[in-house]
Design a binder for this molecule. Sequence first.
Ligand code: AMP
Length: 439
Amino acid sequence: MTVFKGLGLNGRLLRNIEAKGYKTPTPVQESAIPLVLSGKDVMASAQTGTGKTAAFTLPILHLLSDSERPAPKSVHCLILTPTRELAAQVSDNIRHYGAGLKLNSQMVCGGVNIRPQVRHLARGADILVATPGRLLDLLGQNAMHLDHLKLWVLDEADRMLDMGFIPAVKRIHAAVPKKRQTLMFSATFSRDIEALAQEFLVQPKRVQVSAENTTVSRIDQVVHPVDKQRKGELLKHLLRNDKAGQVLVFSRTKHGADKLSRQLSKAGISSDSIHGDKTQSARTRSLSRFKKGEVQVLVATDIAARGIDIQQLPQVVNFDLPYVAEDYVHRIGRTGRAGEPGCALSLVSADEVVQLQKIEKLIKKSLRREDVEGFEPEHRLPTKAVKTGGKRPPKPSQRPKGKSRSGAKSSAKTKSAGGKPGKNPSGRPPRTRRRAVSA
Ligand code: AMP
């Protein structure tokens, strides 16, 4: 078994890693750290949750700890991230891992006053974590320059592409010196990302910790088919059964996230929402309340959820499916982090079949369908097999009568004549045919 000691990191970093409680490097750390330390360009396909942040921050801290201090307004290492949340997360990691190294690390992103950022950059920075738009603003104002850059990291490059940042990234590329070390991390490697890597990286070493575009294997992924108008009710039902703790719920729209959070709060389930229309301070506040365990549910949009790193987040719920299939991979990567088991539930209505099929095609796997008792949909999801090469669960007609997928004996039919909420003829609260949200 590889230990951190064997990777070539200095003693201070090893002590900081120990203080974080990490025992062994994750696979992406084991592969990437020695490559970065040897000065190679690296292209790593690693999802969030695999320990990828430490895979680049640890060797960068090692390399910079020996170098001279940066000149005023200059930067030695630039870490570009698509969102403010991810930038904050990476900065946090740098602070923890780099404690005692006396490196000057700064973070700049939009949504907050630029003046303090200009002031701080006047001194120069060993490490700058930035989102593309704000970085270009600062470069445009001559508040800083990238002429002395040694290391450039593009974190979640696929996300930058999805968010339309590539023109901005190309402008940044034009401002960095030709001689530098470049690292690119991406959950998925599409043709566009490959092209970008070819443009930015020189003979990169590839690191791949799990099959491309596949989801983390330890995450239990389940689809609960449900009629669209009953999703809210089903979510409340699942959350009330939940004894395992906190849940991150994904909503496709900002409006939907706010509405759902209000509905949950009204039903006595403590919840908050996080999305791009909220100010940065409101987003930070919501996230910190969730992290402290003050609210059970955080409803988030895809973009706002990037970079959310919460230890022990046992499950995520997709209240609706994303239009972009890759977002599903990002969403479920919020649970099952660093090898912990996780659970990802998707509430899927018949109108989302195309999105479901795209996701199954991307992850090369058919997701297990499980009806929740009392919430069986009027409009069934087609069980048409996705051409994955993998095995599908048997169709309901192929299962022994009276048995649920989990093998449990199904109880009395609970669907009401009109499929109306709460009309459960048994008089008992509806139960799932498997464990509910809770682990
Ligand atoms: P990341 O993929 O960088 O977002 O990291 C996911 C989570 O794994 C974070 O909470 C890290 O603190 C944690 N982590 C990173 N490396 C290790 C390690 N070697 N052992 C245990 N946890 C780790």
